[in-house]
Design a protein around this ligand. Structure first.
Ligand code: F3S
Length: 277
């Protein structure tokens, strides 16, 4: 089986940065999973003894606490700073940006709309920066806009960093028809675009596609859905153990891409395995 890698895939700047921070602070622990990739979290635990707090009450004085790439809610950060612990912020700077925009625009009396997944830790964190929590709204598509009553006729919008720009445009277009002022901030991360564009191109030319990444990673799932549009035989796996030889029967060229939290060593193991078929 021949293998072709997407022209852009895998670790993004924010994840690389967070991992470097974690490697620097041995014997620390992270507030929430550092990144959405269990294999890499296990490696950091084994090689650097980087643990995990499930909640704030687990933090003891003198602990070193690393804040994950997706950030944490404003009040959690405040409470953490009150404890006698050393706080290291590994929030991706591209996630800090929408947090600051929401803070600033809600202070200027704009209603806030976040395009994203309400349950995603990044969105929970960004939302928490709104001054009036009843006027910070989260939607996944234009249909959900119908149920929203904005307090003001001035709206500011941000997007979860890993969301599709096409859907964001639809939402924004819809908003401008009904409101006096819409301030649109493009907070979707370029790293996601690059990996998505490369996956789209590659999935058009191969006859089987393997997407490697965490099953709970939003950007990995998105890569998979883009690949399925062009190549029906697209599979999402977390590591080489999940490969199934029947996927490659009568196929010649396998495309590979990986989510923004997938380490190179996992990608290499998958490539080596597929090349054996
Ligand atoms: Fe940051 Fe973008 Fe990665 S938001 S964590 S650089 S996908």
């Amino acid at each position: 089986m021949k293998v072709k890698l997407a022209s852009s895939y895998g670790f993004c700047f924010g994840v690389k940065r967070a991992i470097e921070i974690a490697e620097k602070y041995e014997n620390s622990a992270t507030m929430g999973p550092l990144i959405h990739n269990q294999n890499e979290i296990d490696r950091l635990k084994n090689d650097y003894n980087v643990g995990l707090y499930n909640n704030l009450t687990d933090v003891k004085p003198n602990d070193t606490v690393i804040i994950r790439t997706h950030g944490i809610p404003k009040n959690d950060l405040k409470d953490l700073r009150k404890k006698d612990a050393k706080v290291i912020n590994a929030t991706c700077p591209f996630v800090t940006t929408p947090q600051q925009i929401v803070k600033k625009m809600s202070a200027e009396k704009y209603s806030i709309l976040i395009f994203g997944d309400e349950d995603h830790p990044e969105v929970k964190g960004v939302k928490s920066y709104g001054e009036d929590q009843d006027d910070v709204h989260v939607v996944l598509d234009i249909d959900e806009l119908k149920n929203i009553n904005f307090k003001y006729d001035k709206i500011a919008t941000v997007a979860q960093t890993t969301k599709k720009k096409e859907t964001y445009l639809e939402i924004v277009n819809n908003l401008i028809l009904k409101n006096k002022e819409v301030r649109v901030f493009n907070t979707i991360c370029d790293a996601t675009f690059e990996n998505q564009d490369a996956a789209r191109e590659l999935s058009k030319e191969v006859d089987v596609m393997v997407v490697i990444g965490g099953k709970n990673s939003s950007n990995t799932k998105q890569l998979h859905s883009i690949c399925v549009e062009n190549c029906i035989d697209s599979y999402l796996i977390e590591n080489a153990k999940e490969l199934d030889s029947t996927w490659f029967k009568n196929k010649h060229l396998c495309g590979i891409t990986a989510g923004a939290s997938t380490p190179d060593w996992i990608i290499q193991q998958v490539v080596n395995e597929i090349e054996k078929y």
